[in-house]
Design a protein around this ligand. Sequence first.
Ligand code: ATR
Length: 288
Amino acid sequence: MTDTSAADVKLRACVIGHPVAHSRSPLIHGYWLKTLGIAGAYARADVAEGDFPNFFRHLRSQGYVGANVTVPHKEAAFRLVDARDDAARAIGAVNTVWYEGDRFVGGNTDAYGFIAHLDATLPRWNETTRRAVVLGAGGAARAVIHALLERGVEIAVVNRTQARAQGLAAHFGQRVSVESFLGLPQRLGRADLVVNTTSLGMMGAPPLDLDLVALKPTAIVYDIVYVPLETEFLRAAKQRGHRIVDGLGMLLHQAVPGFARWFGATPRVTAELRSLVESDIRATTGNA
Ligand code: ATR
């Protein structure tokens, strides 16, 4: 089921998903293992939904010190761990697991990845960002909202299915409100940050067609989609002179805490790593 097993390897982790062939986590962790000279391995584990609980609960006896969990298992992982970190509890999903003694612990590093990439790209963003508009109300929106609330930002959520946005506002409390598409231009006029968390703009999906005319010139535009590397939405924002933040950096940064827990060294998101993953995306998707 897994594709890496060297006899001399001491520490092993994996990404569990279904399908999982597209996951770039092995490339990212493999790069860090190699550049940091750590005798470890990071594999892919393609596990169907019915087999997930058994595989997941017996991770350690299969020789793993931990794992990443991806689609469609993040909510099941949340239910199956012994303990959860704050982010996992706020988001309701687990994407990283490790052991603390006998306890099987689940965390969510998406919120960390989102904010760490923003901090790295625009170090002073938080000084001028009071209000954000978040597009979308799925799992990714939960991670983004949790991260922004921790930094004191007020949020308006806009979603095709408004009931889902209302669910998020009820979950996160007063500093998160729901906006309709009708009220969106006015909201954009007051926003310091706009984040796309929907799948619109992703390769194979329709583009995110949002008129940015109402947006303040100083506003930051962040798209968490990373295939293509630069979405139409980001390109349009850049053309209007906005500072933009892309989704690939979030993917790279969200991998840092898991690696540190499993392999005992905190890795860095370098230009070399980024270019390695960019090349892989270009090679496998044929896009720019
Ligand atoms: P994730 O966990 O990655 O956030 P998700 O829970 O499936 O994935 O959420 C996808 C988001 O993209 C949702 O906000 C979804 O809107 P709905 O809640 O109305 O489904 C949004 N989305 C996907 N396709 C869309 C489309 N064609 N038009 C508008 N929004 C879309």
